[in-house]
Design a protein around this ligand. Structure first.
Ligand code: UTP
Ligand code: MN
Length: 536
């Protein structure tokens, strides 16, 4: 994991040392045209080249899709690397070593324990995987996977495993090696007995799906029964290293393809993700039994602008999709929703219709508002006034969150057509909502008279961030602007994270903060941030 901050000076030297033409050439065919090079843009589909690389300015720009930037931006986009990862990768290529100042862990004990939890999960996964491949008791599990069309290469790639039916297989194996059962319990691999002392294996007679974080560390497991027994899935509990609302299944495998395509497909189940990867659709991740959260979107934003949602066409899936639409309206990302025929999930759909059939369904994905309108109308009906009111009640709050006025009025018109009610009446209701919503938000953004005290921890955190003592990457992993109570800090942190997600460097950050944020009433200086940070 790169939890280090890289000195700005080094970032610049590596950039200057590398040749963008050479780097880009490794990804696409470039042709010299005058002083520049041109080629087919890797970020959108095109038949005539509109992608230009300037050796003189060491930048690229696509006149087709508008993508552009320096060599780091190119690497983050094509290889799905975070900004620091791109710097490191390029640094290695051009032979510039990155001096690393290890950040001193805020809590060395907790950090040590986390490292142990990763190790334990890793060891368990290896054991389970070997069981699946080799043990005679795993024959049924192997047959089950084969019957579901999961190929051996896929089992290997996803390191699928099998937990033997025994109550203490893993427990014995690990404690023999000197591992504390209490730590195993903390890792979610064993549970404490209720009536007596001792522990037992959490996973028994289940097919196991290891879950990795972006750095390729195992953080947990999902386990499926081989028959109709319940619960169908038993998963790792949340642990210090596994937070479901911040993790996505298969993300570490999909990241490159997500970055290349600029698009991520989100499905609900382990099997869906695996089946699609196996079918060659590799920009797919799955949620882990929770709703999609802002943290998920934040992680995705590092790699993609577009999200395609394919939740199961059952009521739970539909509701999950509808709940998620909200999130996208304010995320700045484009979302599309695929509705599969009822009774089908991505896994069996791709098996029945093949990769091409699946991609066709993806191309027919709907805009979230169209999907929402369709679903709400189907659920409620539109025959009487009560039903119409109900549909409007559900749709208008979503409309009020739409940032684009044109899009908003498009849907207002559509809603009025569908419900056969006057557009003006809907607009009136919408206005009432909008007055309630954003108005309060704006109010809370107003500078308060006199400096309000900023919580000490937040102040320290910001200070460390702005002084480069804490990397944006690290902060982006664990915090969102909403974690800050002070409005001004929220705005600064939002800017910082935004900057980070756009792979801008800290130099970009300070100028951004400068130009967009610092107004006299912000009094950022009064919270202990000295002018020095501006020069970071
Ligand atoms: P599904 O029931 O759609 O599972 O639940 P699936 O992955 O498609 O599996 P198959 O095809 O029926 O074998 C979707 C996801 O919801 C979570 C799991 O993450 C699962 O992949 N889930 C489901 C649970 O955590 N527990 C459950 O009991 C069921
Ligand atoms: Mn399924």
């Amino acid at each position: 994991m790169s939890s280090y901050s890289i000195p700005e000076e080094v970032i610049r030297r590596i950039r200057e040392q590398a040749d963008i033409v050479e780097v880009v050439s490794q990804h696409l065919l470039l042709k010299k045209t005058g002083q520049n090079y041109t080629g087919l843009c890797p970020f959108h589909h095109e038949k005539t080249p509109s992608f230009v690389v300037s050796p003189a300015r060491q930048i690229f720009h696509c006149f087709g899709c508008g993508a552009g930037g320096n060599v780091y931006h190119f690497l983050t986009k094509t290889e799905g690397l975070t900004f620091p990862e791109a710097v490191r990768a390029l640094g290695e290529k051009v032979g510039i070593k990155i001096p690393t100042v290890k950040r001193s862990p805020p809590n060395p004990e907790a950090e040590k324990e986390q490292a142990r939890l990763y190790e334990l999960n890793q060891a368990a996964v290896q054991w389970y995987h070997k069981n699946l491949l080799e043990r005679p008791e795993a024959r049924t599990a192997r047959a089950y996977l084969a019957q579901r069309g999961i190929q051996t290469e896929t089992i290997e790639a996803f390191c699928l495993g099998y937990a033997l039916p025994s109550w203490d297989g893993l427990l014995k194996k690990m404690t023999e090696k000197g591992c504390s059962p209490f730590l195993l319990e903390k890792a979610g691999l064993v549970s404490a007995r209720e009536q007596q002392a001792g522990f037992y294996d959490r996973f028994r007679d289940r097919i196991l799906f290891p879950i990795w974080n972006l750095s390729g560390q195992v953080i947990g497991l999902g386990g499926r029964v081989l028959d109709e027994a319940l619960p169908k899935y038993l998963n790792s509990p949340e642990t210090p290293i596994y937070i479901k609302g911040r993790s996505l299944y298969a993300m570490e495998k999909a990241r490159h393809e997500i970055a290349r395509a600029g698009c991520v497909i989100i499905v609900e189940g382990y099997f869906d993700a695996i089946a699609l990867h196996q079918a060659g659709v590799k920009n797919v991740v799955a949620t882990l039994g929770t709703a999609l959260t802002p943290f998920h979107l934040q992680m995705i934003r590092r790699f993609a602008r577009e999200v395609i949602l394919i939740f199961d066409p059952d009521q739970a899936g539909i509701n999950a999709t509808l709940r998620t639409i909200d999130l996208f309206l304010v995320s700045g990302m484009t979302a599309r929703v695929v509705s599969l025929p009822s009774g089908q999930d991505p896994d069996n759909f791709v098996r029945n219709h093949g990769t091409e059939g699946f991609l066709t369904a993806v191309r027919q994905a709907k805009k979230p508002m169209d999907y929402a309108l369709e679903q709400f109308m189907a659920q409620t009906g539109v025959s009487g006034i009560d039903q119409k009111l109900r549909v409007a009640e559900q749709i208008l709050p979503l409309l009020s969150k739409m940032e684009n006025r044109m899009e908003q009025s498009h849907y207002l018109k559509k809603l009025s057509d569908e419900l056969k009610v006057k557009e003006a009446d809907l607009a009136h209701e919408l206005k009432k909502l909008s007055e309630k919503g954003p108005r309060t938000a704006i109010k809370s953004m107003q500078p308060v008279t006199g400096p309000t005290p900023v919580p000490k921890e937040e102040e320290i955190l910001l200070h460390l961030l702005l002084h480069g003592k804490l990397s944006l990457e690290r902060v982006a992993e664990v915090l969102t602007p909403e974690d800050f109570s002070d409005v001004r800090l929220k705005r600064i942190v939002r800017l910082a994270l935004d900057c980070f997600q756009k792979s801008a460097s800290q130099e970009g950050l300070s100028s951004l903060i400068h130009s967009e944020l610092i107004q006299p009433e912000d009094a950022a200086f009064s919270i202990g941030v000295e002018p020095a940070w501006v020069g970071l």
